[in-house]
Ligand binder design. Structure first.
Ligand SMILES: [Fe+2]
Ligand SMILES: [Fe+2]
Length: 146
């Protein structure tokens, strides 16, 4: 289960950064919130890049399908990217109402997205990708930069 465990750890790390930034917004500490939000955004976007450029193509090639679960996941990534842009604007404007309401939508979206990946997609990857290809995919993902 090397794919699942690596990717799940990344989801958790992003969740942590997300809630730290939210706490700073609630405390009215926007300078800190902006830094923490940027860390969340960068880690999330790098994680998406790992999926879109390495894991998903490997899965698609193996299953012969680009129309299945990976297409839905990529569509959801676009929704998250849109929200990241809006949240960045809200934190920059020190608009805590806007930020917290966007954060609510983001949390629901990410929770559902991550759950689908962990329970279905990553599990399928761990089951179907041969061990050596799993290891090389994992190495390729670790090397991906934003
Ligand atoms: Fe994803
Ligand atoms: Fe993911």
């Amino acid at each position: 289960m090397i794919i699942s465990s690596y990717m799940r750890t990344e989801h958790r790390a992003c969740d942590e950064l997300f809630s730290t930034a939210e706490k700073s917004v609630i405390d009215g500490n926007f300078e800190q919130a902006e830094e923490q939000f940027l860390l969340f955004a960068n880690d999330t976007l790098r994680h998406f890049k790992k999926e879109e450029e390495s894991l998903f193509p490997t899965f698609e090639e193996l299953t012969g399908s680009t129309e299945g679960p990976t297409r839905i996941m990529k569509f959801e990534h676009e929704q998250v990217r849109g929200l990241i842009g809006k949240m960045a604007e809200a934190v920059e404007n020190k608009d805590s109402d806007a930020y917290l309401s966007l954060a609510e939508s983001m949390m629901i979206l990410l929770q559902q997205h991550n759950m689908k990946e962990e329970q279905m997609l990553y599990a399928m990857c761990d089951r179907t990708i041969p061990q050596d290809l799993k290891e090389s995919t994992l190495e390729a993902m670790k090397a991906i930069k934003l």
